[in-house]
Write a protein that binds this ligand. Structure first.
Ligand code: NDP
Ligand code: OXD
Length: 313
């Protein structure tokens, strides 16, 4: 039995090493032809080449190297085996660090003070208290709930939006299309941690930006997107920034990655860009989780964190 590690866009060697260290007895190949006739029972993937998994007749499950699975589901010839996504404290903590970092930077006027420093301007700006700010989190899943808890510790009011109704301690929750309007109208800083699905594609567009609360204690609404680039209409975001309908944005994910050099987002003074780095999938932390799941599945146990293909996440 062999495990196929198939990634696009980066060198797989760190993942290969970590998977190997987690279960040295396993044969892990980065190309199906290296399996030497052994059947490939499991695939561990990030943006596998379309059609590749359909060529593996013995495949029993597909493991995503990340929390998101849009990169797997984009393959139209996907075999009908379970898809397992990453749920791990390590990933959750990294994402919450990013969210807290970006929220605090916008809230504490990071951009304005960096500009002032460049010009040697000594000028204290009005600073609201955290309790006066509502951070609205779109996507109250594993990552959204953890970020909400950490923002609450800092004193922010937190609300959240999800597909189904949810109850989360201390968080005002909204659900579905009926809940979106009131949720947006109450958010001073909007943090997007949604998966990319047929329902969420392009959701951060003109209509959503127009529904954001305008008179926030910060002087305007702020957008933080660490979900997926496909959620956002970048032209609409740039227009909202240019017209001061959106005060600032932190964007970690983009429609095209790497973000093309000609994108105006790179140089827009109100945009903070990171290269899909909000929550790195650390092979050393995550490979043992994947290998434990494979071993459990072979013992006949149920897989955890199996994706609902119909819902797309
Ligand atoms: P979860 O599946 O745990 O949570 C997803 C949340 O989104 C749920 O609350 C779900 O609602 C909500 N949701 C899904 N579809 C809709 C919809 N149509 N309308 C309203 N709410 C919806 O995912 P995670 O929290 O683990 O991860 C979220 C995403 O973060 C990933 O899919 C990935 O794209 C992104 N990510 C980005 C990283 C980065 O480095 N930038 C790193 C890791 C993840 P409900 O609760 O009702 O199901
Ligand atoms: C993920 C990611 O989905 O890194 O985990 O984007």
């Amino acid at each position: 039995m062999a495990i196929l590690l198939s990634v696009t866009g980066f060198d797989p060697s760190r993942w290969w090493q970590a998977l190997h260290e987690a279960a040295p007895e396993r044969r892990i190949v980065v190309d199906a032809s290296e399996a030497g006739g052994e059947p490939i029972d499991y695939a561990v993937v990030w943006k596998q080449p379309p059609g590749l998994l359909a060529t593996l007749p013995e495949l029993k499950a597909i493991f995503s190297l990340g929390a998101g699975v849009d990169h797997i589901l984009a393959d139209r010839q996907l075999p009908a085996v379970p898809i397992v996504r990453i749920v791990a404290d390590d990933l959750k903590e990294r994402m919450s660090e990013y969210v807290v970092w970006r929220v605090l930077d916008h809230f504490r006027r990071g951009r304005a003070y960096r500009q002032q420093q460049a010009q040697k301007i000594w000028h204290e700006r009005m600073q609201p208290a955290a309790r006066e700010i509502t951070v609205g989190i779109m996507g109250l899943g594993v990552l959204g709930i953890d970020a909400a808890a950490k923002l609450q510790v800092l004193g922010f009011r937190v609300s959240g939006w999800s597909r189904g109704e949810k109850r989360v301690d201390g968080v005002e929750t909204f659900a579905g299309s009926a809940g979106l309007g009131p949720f947006l109208a109450a958010s001073d800083i909007l943090v997007v941690l949604l998966p990319l699905t047929a329902d969420t594609r392009g959701i951060i567009g003109e209509d959503l930006l127009a529904r954001l609360k305008r008179d926030t204690p910060l002087g305007g609404p702020v957008l933080v997107n660490a979900g997926r680039g496909g959620l956002q209409d970048e032209t609409a975001i740039l227009a909202a920034l240019d017209e001061d309908r959106l005060m600032e944005a932190s964007l970690d994910v983009f429609n095209v990655e790497p973000l093309p050099a000609e994108s105006r987002l790179w140089s827009h003074p109100k945009v903070f860009v990171t290269p899909h780095a909000a929550a790195l999938s650390d092979p050393d932390a995550l490979a043992p989780i994947i290998m434990r799941q494979i071993a459990a599945h072979e013992r006949g146990e149920l897989l955890d964190n199996v994706v609902d293909r119909q819902a797309g996440y």
